[in-house]
Ligand binder design. Sequence first.
Ligand SMILES: Nc1nc2c(ncn2[C@@H]2O[C@H](COP(=O)(O)OP(=O)(O)O[C@H]3O[C@H](CO)[C@@H](O)[C@H](O)[C@@H]3O)[C@@H](O)[C@H]2O)c(=O)[nH]1
Length: 422
Amino acid sequence: MLKAVILIGGPQKGTRFRPLSLDTPKPLFPIAGLPLIQHHICACAKLQECKEILIIGAYTTNLMSQFISDMQKEYHVIIRYLQEFAPLGTGGGLYHFRDQIRAGNPTAFFLLNGDVCSDFPLRELWSFHEERPSALVTIMGTEATRQQSVHYGCMVREPSTKAVNHYVEKPNSYVSTLINCGVYVCSLQVFHTMAEAFQKKQDVFYSGNGQNGHPGYMSWEQDVLAPLAGTNKLYAMQVTNWWSQVKTAGSAIYANRHYLELNKENDKESSGQPSCHIIPDVFLHPSASVDSTAVIGPNVSIGAGVTIKAGVRIKESIILNNATINDHALVMYSVVGQDASVGEWARVEGTPSDPDPNKPFAKMDNTPLFNTDGRLNPSITILGECQCPNLFIIIIIIIILISFIYKGVNNFFFTILFYRYT
Ligand SMILES: Nc1nc2c(ncn2[C@@H]2O[C@H](COP(=O)(O)OP(=O)(O)O[C@H]3O[C@H](CO)[C@@H](O)[C@H](O)[C@@H]3O)[C@@H](O)[C@H]2O)c(=O)[nH]1
């Protein structure tokens, strides 16, 4: 039996994903029609041996409960959310919930960063791990450019055995172009190594050596993976398939395009028969209403309850639930927020922020909005969620207005609200 753990961080993380993470927790942001971590869940649930998926994060349980219950219904696997009492780092939460992971005595567990996108070749990763009996952890690795590699965990492998001899998390200078994808398979004995690492951290923390943060905080990469390198217990399987992080809002459009491509077959099923002109790949929620004269695609995801009116053109964009795109508007390289409304003939156009196509193995550059010299880094356009006024308040206002119009002093609401003046 196998299990899977997905690390999703908490509200303090995902700041570069703002404003998209202000309304929806980043792990639940829809990409190609599915919440980001549903792609992970889907990959894990495809493995018959995987019997339980544990999602570990610092978001409050009520933010996650609806999603967890929806996932339970959709996939025939146990899915639970475990909330950290404080952000414990990539290793701290894992160690804190070790008994939950070990329960039922699984052979091994997958560990997935919630903010990466891939086709998650978990079966290959598991076979690779099984073939190496001394392996405690196998890392899925990929090639990056020399310049970008330093923003990731970098590994040097023994060419014949694929054992990792050297691991440095986000090095200051170049180490290797083989980077850590944040996808692992781990044997349960890794918790012995984690116990030692945890003990060391505790000793330092309580000896008062100026250690800040929470005593339970532990970095999976720095406190566990780095010491395991060179011991023949850490291995890396290199993949060449598409893989990307989702750090900035711009990377959502890039990930959307690739997930649409990967999930083509499912999208066809869920989309039904669209009545407008579709240029693939497109995800169209069945409840969206699209005028027959609209042209949509390529690489567009349209959420539930969206209304798209006559003559609209949309490409390379994500339209979130209940948004309205009015007649003849154009939307390109943009995210349109929930309930937002794009006016007639409006032109909403962002700048694509893709990896450099001229550099082999280039990844997304997760640049900030502004450079250090204050210049704007062009990126996708985002229309935020429309904060529609509360229906209850609207009804009260209408009743008050009617009361004034008819000047009915006996009017119940008028009397209650203005009894002092009557
Ligand atoms: N539960 C929990 N999850 C956390 C916490 N902190 C981070 N995470 C989750 O752990 C994953 C990694 O988060 P980061 O700390 O932001 O690391 P990173 O910059 O993405 O780098 C990691 O991933 C790269 C690949 O995307 C790797 O190359 C790198 O080595 C490292 O593992 C994300 O899914 C994040 O949500 C925490 O305190 N608690």
